[in-house]
Each structure stands twice: as C-alpha cells, then as structure tokens.
Design a protein around this ligand. Structure first.
Ligand SMILES: Nc1nc2c(c(=O)[nH]1)N[C@H]1C(S)=C(S)[C@@H](COP(=O)(O)O)O[C@H]1N2
Ligand SMILES: [Mo]
Length: 521
C-alpha cells in the first residue's frame, strides 16, 4: 500500500516538475507553446459546439479556469498511475513520458498559428519528467523493480540506494523519499515561479507600452451621445464582455507588428502600427454582441471605438473580380471571415485601435481588432489582428464556419429586460420596467411590453446617436399584487418584428422573446 502511495506521489511530483520545466522554457521563448495552454487550446478547438455553448452558458468567464483545472486533474490521475506502474517496470516511466510528450507536442502543433518549434517545450518537459521519475522511484522505494527484466543493468538505481536500517528491500525508505521529493518539489516551485515571473514581466512591459501610447484625435469624431440616454448606454470597458478561444492573451510587440493585406488584390499593402495611426481615424459608438448570446444573455456591449475605416483601405488595394470574402487572421491563429459586400456597403467597418478613449485593452484585441457594425463578433470582429486576406466564401471556411456556424453573421433583432431582475419582489404601484433592444444597422422602431400575456404596450425609447447602437427603453407599469410575467419584443427600423419562436444560438444566433417573472406584494 505504502509503495503504491509513494509510486503515485513520485509520478505526480515528476510530472509537476516536467510541466514546470516546459512552461519555463515556453515562457522564455514561445509563451503560447506551454503544454497547459497548448492542450487547453487544442481541446477548445476540438470541443463540439454543443459542449462549448454549454460551457459558455453555465460557466461564463469561468469556462477557461474550469478547463485548465480539468486538464490538471486528468494529468494528476495519469501521472500517478505512471508512477505506480513504474515501480514494477521502469519501462512504464519511459512509456508515460513518450505518451505525455507526444500529447503535448501534438496539441501545440495543432494550434492554428503553430510552427515546429512549438513542440519543443512539451518534448523537453516529457523528457525531464521521465528522467526525474526514473531517478525518484528507486530512491524512494528500493525494491525489486525490473530486477527480473533488467538484471544486468547497473543503472537500475534501486540497486545502488542503500536500504535504510530496519527497512527491508521491499518497503519504502521514507526518509530518502521525503528528501528526494522535497528536492523535486523545490525544483518545481523554482521553475514554475520563474515561468510565472517571466510571464508577468512580459505582461508588465506590454502594459507599459500600451499606457505610454497616445492615440491621435479622430478626423471624423463620434456624434455626441444625445442628452437623455440613460446610464450604461456606453458599457464601461471593465464591464465589457469577453468571448474568445485564447487561454493566454496574445502579447504583441508594437514595433514589429505589421498588418498585411493580401490575396485577391491588385496591390498588397503592409502597414506598421504608425502607418495605421497616420491614416485618418474615425470614432463611432457601436454595439457589439456575440452570436452565442442566449435570449436575455450578457454577451453584448456598446463602446466608443476609434479606428481606420476599412472599406477605403480595401478599395486602395484594389479588389479582384470574384472576391467576396475577407479573412482576418490573428496573432494566435484565429480566422474570422466577413463578406466583402458588407464591408463595402458604406457601414462603419473599421480597424480598431481605441476603445472608450484608450488604446484597445489586451483582452479586447490590442493593438488592433476589426469591427463590423451589424455582424456578430465571430463574423466581423477579429481581435489581435495581423493579417487580412481577400478570398472567396467558397474557397475558405473560417474557424467558426468550419465548426458549423453560418458563414454570414448578421445580427438578429432582439430585446432584453434588465430591470426588474428575475424573481424580484416589488411593491404594488408604479414600477419601471427597463432594458435594451438592438438591430444594428436597421435600428429599432418600437419596443413593446406585455404583462401576463396581455396586450402589447409601447415602451418609451431613449435617444441614440445612430442605428449601430442598442436602444435603451423603459416603461412605467402599474403593478398589482401577485406573480407576474413580463415579456418584451422589438420591431426593427424596417418594420420587421423580432422573431417570437425560441431558438438556441447555434448556428446563426438565438431568437425568442425575453421574459422575466416577478412577484408584487
Ligand atoms: N482572435 C480572436 N478574435 C475574436 C474571437 C476569438 O476567439 N479570437 N472571438 C470573436 C467573438 S465570438 C466575439 S463575440 C468577439 C468578442 O469581442 P470582445 O471579447 O472584445 O467582447 O470577438 C471576436 N474576435
Ligand atoms: Mo461571439
């Protein structure tokens, strides 16, 4: 029994050391090639859409920590098993190392932006872990391991470890094990700590560059937000939702960053960050929302975006006949496809450098992201942008389209009740019902409220600067005692009503009226 515990502990200790060593090597060279992030990223890419939707819905922003925790638990179980098996047969150690090395390397190589070097940290970590376990096992539990299979081998180190007084060769030499374990654990802490420190230092340097950045004033400023909009019309940057597949934020060096516009164009264009800032900028209030947002969900926000108009840039490059799609590629390999007709129809599609008066935050795509008013984020808002490729819809399926989401992602008309909160207990009399409605590009004509399935009553719409933002609405309700259900529906600027039928987000956005239940006392 004790031997089994020691074997399991050895496996875990060795794996911990290997992972820490791999993460340190990755942090010093290619941060995205660390085995934890690589395996996590590969799992995200491979996760079926239904599971991904479930994770986003049930775990929200905790989906990534939950994924990492899951990976660590699986790693612990398997490495403990490797340790136990390794007690009997050292070959299990080698087999375990090969298996984990291969898994980490394969995961790293499967990432969209990966090169061969990305396999190195995982392989290095596996070799290190294997060596540590090979060294640890005989020291900890001098026993008959391999004596049957590898008799002539002097390096079967169990033979060299002197059994502690009073401990038979089959038992655990507790002191020797604790000493060796402490050594390995210390090494792990040092390697892991250094990796962490390196990552922080990089993040700190990047944050300094971002803070020092001064963005030029827009040639085309945003219209002032009309008086009368309610608080929260513009979402504070720290409250802005975040949805992406990146387990670690891509860190981009401004000095070496280049945006390449190529593909079916007459002239390729390459722009540095300074080139981009040298072009006339525009500033607009635009609402961005995620196709994965459920009815009533939180993945929507409005910000004041500063950026370079994209349509004129595309025209400058000269679009070849037949081209109908723009593929945006990001530093970590995401691809997002946007129909060209949408980008050229005069809407304010842009290459964004600023958000709410500051450089774009790292989580929202620093230094440059795309933004296409009227399209869900997955179809027009690539973050950490590095490349624009003009192609055709037939020739190229972007990341989400490969996974079954619609190739075009126009935003559906929708509305949400923000107040009162679900299951609120309120007093009888006048109660304010309030929320937002959106149909970017088309605008919102009416919002109506129905209590307990009764008649639809128009809500008051607060003013907006353009059709590209959500509309805040409110309605005074004369609440009577008892349980009540409140429903909201919107009609867009073309007169089309919001779809009543309930649909989940996959494959082109949720539909259905949002309802809230409250109790009046
Ligand atoms: N590089 C990259 N860009 C991306 C994504 C991503 O996973 N990677 N997700 C897209 C999706 S699905 C949405 S809804 C928006 C969200 O932008 P935000 O995180 O700034 O709110 O970014 C888009 N751009
Ligand atoms: Mo999204």
């Amino acid at each position: 029994m004790q031997r089994i515990m020691v074997g399991a502990a050895s496996g875990i200790l060795a794996a911990g050391f290997g992972v820490a060593a791999a993460e340190l090597l990755a942090a010093a060279t290619r941060p995205q090639a660390g085995p934890l992030v690589a395996v996590g990223g590969a799992l995200i890419d491979a996760t079926p859409t239904a599971v991904k939707e479930f994770a986003v819905r049930e775990l929200g922003t905790y989906d990534k920590p939950a994924l990492l925790a899951g990976i660590i638990v699986v790693l612990l179980l398997f490495t403990a098993l490797t340790g136990v098996l390794g007690l009997r047969r050292r070959i299990a150690v080698a087999a375990g190392a090969v298996l984990f090395g291969a898994a980490g390397a394969a995961a790293a190589l499967s990432r969209p932006a990966a090169g061969m070097v990305d396999a190195v940290p995982s392989l290095f970590g596996a070799v290190t872990a294997g060596a540590v376990l090979w060294w640890l096992l005989p020291r900890a539990a001098p026993g008959p391991a391999d004596l049957g299979t590898r008799t002539g081998e002097p390096s079967a180190e169990g033979a060299q470890a002197p059994p502690a007084p009073g401990v038979s060769g089959r038992d655990v030499d507790r002191r020797a094990f604790l000493r060796a374990a402490a050594l390995v654990a210390g090494g792990t802490a040092m390697a892991g700590g250094s990796a962490q420190w390196l990552r922080r230092a990089r993040a700190g340097a990047a944050a300094k560059t971002r803070e020092a950045l001064r963005l030029p004033a827009p040639a085309s400023p945003a219209r002032p937000v009309p008086p009368g909009t309610g608080p929260g019309f513009v979402t504070a940057t720290r409250d802005f939702y975040r949805v992406d597949t990146a387990l670690t934020l891509p860190r981009i060096d401004l000095d070496t960053w280049r945006l390449r516009l190529h593909g079916m164009v007459d002239t390729e264009i390459e722009l540095s960050f300074d080139d981009l800032l040298g072009r006339p900028l525009m500033e607009r209030d635009i609402t961005l929302n995620c196709v994965s947002n459920e009815v009533g969900g939180p993945y929507i926000g409005t910000a004041r975006w500063l950026g370079v108009p994209l349509g004129p840039l595309l025209r400058e490059a000269g679009l070849r006949a037949g081209a109908d799609q723009l593929i945006a590629r990001s530093a970590e390999g995401m691809t997002i496809g946007t129909p060209l007709d949408v980008l050229l129809d005069g809407r304010d599609a842009m290459l964004v450098v600023g958000m709410n008066g500051e450089p774009l935050p790292p989580a929202n795509g620093f230094p440059v992201r795309m933004l296409t008013p009227g399209l869900y984020g997955y179809a027009g808002a690539c973050k950490w942008l590095t490349e624009l490729q003009v192609t055709t819809i037939a020739d190229f399926d972007a990341y989400w389209v490969e996974r079954g989401w619609a190739a075009r992602g126009p935003v559906k008309t929708a509305s949400r009740i923000d107040r009162p909160k679900p299951f609120a207990r309120l007093t009888a009399g006048t109660q304010i019902i309030a929320g937002v409605a959106w149909a970017q590009g088309r605008g919102i004509r009416t919002v109506e409220i129905s209590i307990d399935g009764g008649a639809w009553n128009p809500a008051e719409l607060l003013p907006v600067p353009s059709t590209d933002t959500w509309v805040q609405w409110r309605h005074a309700w004369n609440a009577t005692p008892g349980p009540h259900s409140i429903a909201v529906r919107a009609t867009d600027g073309t007169g089309s009503p919001q779809t009543e039928e309930r649909a989940t987000p996959f494959p082109d956005g949720a539909t259905g009226w949002h309802t809230t239940t409250v109790t009046i006392t």
